[in-house]
Design a protein around this ligand. Structure first.
Ligand SMILES: [Zn+2]
Length: 332
């Protein structure tokens, strides 16, 4: 880590839109520089590179400054999301000083607050403490997959589906909204397996979640996924797969959102390059309206390739190789 790095302001802040109680509102988003995810120190998840450049020695006073900075930027928004790349409820990562400061400020302003945590930090004691300060909160849990084999062998998530279930139930019992992250295309799954796994996971998560965020894998630096990608052994999901999964959510009560990081790029969910923009626009329009008729794109020749991949990958090919990228490079 660079010792000259400024640890008194967030890693990044931006604004985005989200549908909240039937209205599209401005949301302030900040990524805090914390000491990092506890699980990262135990090997971490195969697709997560957020802690590669972590701020191991950040002090509580510096985190408090980061919180103040974010609050200063977002005076006028009804909804703030604070990402820590780990667990907001882990006291080793976010000590009570900065944590409670953020909660009180949001309570004073009447701002809804979203933060993320791993299920092991969801305890009655912590939840009661948090709710006593601010009640309009939404807690995001990264379930990723409702299949324990995928969690263990593909993601290295470090918990089981039942751990998520228990945390989600605890949150629901206390009247706290649950947002569940569902991963699209963890490594070692074929495109079709990935689509089916995401669909099953959404169905599972919908029982406890007010919102489900579909997160297509993007290839982050320093991860196992990146090593596979570099040797042509991994391709991020097709945007056609993103559409397929989102279309399957018709009839599910939870709000479904999707904002593919790196969408349309080589390291993110992508199609052929020609149709990516239209598909991404339709995904955005759907997330903000929950109207399934907004999902779609004019037919593109790459759809046929995706259909072949869905049919043949795993049958004629062992894993989920990125042959197109390989051959494109050979030609270049
Ligand atoms: Zn295309």
């Amino acid at each position: 880590m660079d010792w000259r790095r400024d640890l008194t302001s967030p890693a990044s802040v931006w604004r985005e839109k989200e549908l909240l109680q039937g209205k599209v509102v401005d949301v302030g988003v900040a990524i805090l520089q914390t000491s990092g995810c506890r699980h990262y120190h135990e090997g971490g998840c195969s697709m997560c590179g957020y802690n590669v450049d972590g701020a191991g020695d950040v002090k509580p006073e510096q985190l408090e400054k980061q919180v103040e900075h974010a609050l200063g930027q977002f005076k006028d928004v009804p909804f703030i999301k604070i990402y820590t790349s780990g667990s907001f409820l882990d006291e080793c990562e976010v000590p009570s000083g900065p944590r409670d400061k953020l909660l009180s400020a949001c309570a004073d302003r009447g701002t809804r607050l979203l933060f993320e945590t791993r299920p092991e930090f969801v305890t009655d004691q912590t939840l009661d403490h948090v709710r006593a300060i601010h009640s309009d909160i939404e807690i995001a849990l990264g379930l990723e997959s409702a299949n324990d084999n995928v969690l263990s062998w593909s993601i290295n998530k470090g918990f089981a589906v039942k751990d998520y279930d228990e945390a989600a139930r605890k949150l629901k019992d206390k009247g706290i909204d649950v947002r569940t992250y569902v991963l699209l295309k963890p490594p070692f799954l074929t495109e079709r397996e990935a689509v089916e796994d995401a669909e099953r996971t959404i169905a599972h998560a919908s029982k406890a979640s007010s919102c489900i965020s579909l997160n297509p894998v993007n290839v982050q630096k320093g991860t196992l996924v990146e090593r596979l990608w570099r040797t042509w052994a991994y391709r991020p999901p097709w945007l056609w797969s993103v559409l397929e999964v989102l279309r399957s959510t018709k009839g599910i009560d939870s709000k479904i959102v999707c904002d593919p990081s790196g969408g349309g790029k080589e390291r993110g969910a992508h199609n052929c390059g020609k149709c990516d923009g239209v598909v991404l626009d339709s995904v955005k329009a759907f997330s903000l309206s929950q109207d399934h008729s907004r999902l779609g794109a004019p037919d593109c020749e790459c759809r046929g390739i995706w259909e072949s991949v869905m049919e043949l990958e795993g049958f004629v090919m062992g894993g989920t190789p990125d042959l197109q990228r390989f051959f494109r490079r050979q030609r270049a």
